[in-house]
Design a protein around this ligand. Structure first.
Ligand code: IMP
Length: 434
């Protein structure tokens, strides 16, 4: 089985839990976009694990692959592999020689670029991801394979400082000895990682030939896609299921199953349009109950109601087969549960996706309200795991059926709590639960 998991909103949909769960029966988990800006949390009996660079499936998978579409901070990679090994000692790690390297220079530039943007700032995670992808597409980037050659590193870093001279003015990066230090440190990290590096696209092709089960873990969310998201309030990579091909060299024609992860309310960090955003006490309550603080930056997340219009767009653009609905336990504790069903402006229906702050101005969102299902006790959740939807409170069932009917997609994963086992699974993966 070849499966792709993608977030259908602004990231932080709960992909970590879904991927951790699926990695129990996909031996190989591949990341194909993004870098340290991503953040996924997995809760198991052994504790809470936060992942950024390496896949959330790293606790259970036999092999993890960091493919060419990623931007990798090599020092952070060394640290995350060490942490993953503590929980999963036999895990095999493969890193593409073609993935791009994020250096401290890129992180510095990320902050300087945000300052330069002023009112047009994006609210990035400041992890250097944008500048690293700029270098990739500007054809000045450092690839993981370059870590083996201090001469190449030095030449590329010098070029970068010349091209970005205005942003680096007055910083320590104008000093040649600083570049020498970075070269030496990167080369050191490169030596530690060299054993993991290979042509991951060739390796994955071999895995496919052996009929291995492979899981592609998308980072971020569809609405942060650099092409189809709410540009410019997006990340710098393609976040769609379609990016599996260019981000890993594995043909899209081989993917059997695309699972779209949907948080049943929404959150966003950084700037940009958010039509169903809420504020005040109601937002504070949702943020606190859902622990909605960035996994990467700790920033409080903006929160709001599920937006069906955006969700339908994300389902279309990813050609999603089934949905994974998350955070229903948190949503049910609100005093009112709402879902945005459509938009109107000046009395007229607005179809499609809202992409700019201008389009957001004067927009009215239509809502449907649901009776909250309240706090779910452990006993109730256990009963649902045994008897399925039948054991759900009526209002919860009604909510799920409404989302399924409105999108035309089955909710084959229903997450009712943070722990692994609190997930109701139907469809192709039912009965494969480990
Ligand atoms: P960057 O990816 O750091 O350049 O940030 C660009 C935008 O994407 C900012 O609004 C970030 O907050 C957002 N972003 C990037 N990665 C994630 C993620 O994994 N979850 C949520 N938001 C993200």
């Amino acid at each position: 089985m070849i499966t792709a998991v993608v977030g259908l909103q602004f990231g932080d949909e709960g992909k970590g839990k879904v991927v951790d769960f699926l990695s129990g029966f996909h031996g190989i988990v591949v990341k194909y976009n993004g870098g340290r800006n991503a953040g996924h949390t997995v809760v198991t009996d052994a504790g809470t694990f936060k992942f950024h660079l390496i896949p959330s499936g790293s606790l259970r998978a036999r092999e993890i692959v960091l493919a060419n579409g990623m931007t990798i901070d090599p020092f952070y990679l060394v640290e995350e592999i060490r942490n993953a090994r503590a929980a999963n000692p036999d895990i095999k790690v493969l890193v593409s020689r073609m993935a791009h390297v994020v250096t401290e220079l890129h992180m510095y530039l990320d902050t300087r670029e945000e300052e330069a943007r002023g009112a047009l700032k994006i609210g990035t995670t400041a992890m250097g991801i944008g500048p690293a992808y700029e270098d990739k597409y500007g054809r000045t980037g450092i690839r993981m394979g370059d870590l083996a050659s201090p001469e190449v590193l030095k030449a590329k870093l010098s070029l970068m400082t010349r091209m970005k001279a205005s942003l680096l003015k007055g910083s320590k990066y104008e000093k040649p000895e600083e570049l020498d230090r970075i070269v030496a440190e990167l080369a050191g990290a490169g030596r530690e990682i060299s054993g993991y590096m290979c042509d991951t696209e060739v390796y994955l092709d071999g895995c496919h030939g052996r009929k291995a089960d492979i899981l592609f873990e998308g980072s971020h969310g569809t609405l942060l896609d650099v092409d189809f998201g709410m540009y410019p309030y997006v990340t710098s990579s393609n976040t769609l299921a379609g990016a599996v091909s260019v981000g890993s060299g594995f043909s899209f024609r081989r993917v059997h199953n695309v699972i779209g992860v949907v948080k049943t309310y929404m959150s966003r960090v950084g700037e940009g349009p958010f039509p169903t955003e809420i504020s005040g006490n109601e937002a504070d309550r949702l943020r606190e109950m859902g622990h909605e603080y960035g996994t990467t930056t700790g920033r409080p997340r903006r929160v709001g109601w599920l937006d069906l219009q955006l969700l339908k767009y994300s389902i279309m653009i990813n050609d999603v087969d089934s949905l994974a609905l998350t955070s229903l336990d948190t949503l049910g504790k609100m005093s009112e549960v709402r879902v945005g069903t459509g938009y109107r402006k000046d009395g007229k229906e607005i179809t499609g996706i809202i992409r700019s702050m201008k389009e957001l101005e004067g927009l009215e969102v239509q809502y449907r309200s649901f009776q909250p299902w309240g706090e779910l006790s452990d006993g109730q959740v256990e009963d649902m795991m045994r008897r399925g939807k039948e054991a759900m409170p009526d209002s919860l069932k009604e909510f799920i059926t409404f989302v399924e009917d409105s999108t035309g997609k089955p909710a084959e994963f229903i997450s009712l709590g943070k722990k692994r086992e609190m997930t109701l699974v139907s469809g192709v993966f039912a009965g494969r639960v480990k």
